[in-house]
Design a protein around this ligand. Sequence first.
Ligand SMILES: *Cc1c(COP(=O)(O)O)cnc(C)c1O
Length: 391
Amino acid sequence: MTVFPTDKFATKAIHAGAHTDVHGSVIEPISLSTTFKQHAPAQPVGAYEYSRSQNPNRKNLEDAVAALENAKFGLAFSSGSATTAVILQSLPQGAHAVSIGDVYGGTHRYFTKVAQAHGVETDFTNDLVRDLPKLVKSNTKLVWIESPTNPTLKVTDIQQVNDIVRKINPEILLVVDNTFLSPYLSNPLDFGADVVVHSATKYINGHSDVVLGVLATNNEELYTKLQFLQNAIGAIPSPFDSWLAHRGLKTLHLRVRQASISAGKIAQFLNDSEFVESVNYPGLKTHPNYDVVQKQHREALGGGMISFRIKGGAEAASKFSSATRLFTLAESLGGIESLLEVPAVMTHGGIPKEQREASGVYDNLVRLSVGIEDADDLLDDIKQAMQKVSN
Ligand SMILES: *Cc1c(COP(=O)(O)O)cnc(C)c1O
């Protein structure tokens, strides 16, 4: 497998993993066959034998994701959660892991309720740079970063974590969940991470119609190990979902760029609003980690996700999120359409109040996933909803 021969994102997005078939189809057909002919026993006609092990559409998607993440190897799974599961499954019995504190809920659940059953123990901290030297033990095998975090959008300096980890033990696996930024805004492998993972359900597919996960790495030995588990566990995406996600990926740069620009305008408005207590947005110069954003994100863009605390408590948050016309009240993120939610009672409802508030998820926190509608229309929608709450 080779790295795609250009470093320009837009060209890679369109051409990596895009092949023509025997008819010269510009867009590769969906290959539904579960099995592939062999000339003689153990001599397949082409590159494929059985569709769980590998399939043309999945391979195309994996190659495209690898190209966008500046990686040699990509693997696709049936969901972001299955991707996480396979990585954690690769840890030996009795391994120790350190993870960022406000990690995606499903990742936290896997660490504490599933991996624990295989003897994996995990420590969580909201500040890896500060706490890693204290937390790493002789059996630590994995450090897990999510940046920015959900929903408070804290940013971690991957390079700095990498420097700390390598000094203690170069063998420790550094994994970054890059779902919120997408490969367009940041490439964690360039900052020293061993593996980058995505819930492709979000920005990579980008149209809220596929659940899928991907990972990318430059480490061949690790890739072979994870590929073995991918096949053994069988949590693979269908050819159709792979094809859809690959189609979505081709416009990733346009979508994420527009979402970031619109989100920047909305975040600025919220920041200036008398009805808002505070705004979390990595693209604001006032973000506590803006120095890291400047070196870790393309053009210091903040991405499409914003969260803010509205004045008036839970009631105001509920009223606001029911009053928007373009922003749909729904969980998930990263699609072409704008969504909003109240994490305390929706995505993060299962976390005890004290623990939730310790990581900044208060009852009056509203999370926006900014889509690619007209930016002024989106801003007007926020303004009219704010007006309804304040009346
Ligand atoms: C959604 C999400 C996941 C889980 O992905 P699924 O595709 O829903 O399984 C993991 N990490 C982050 C940051 C997410 O937003």
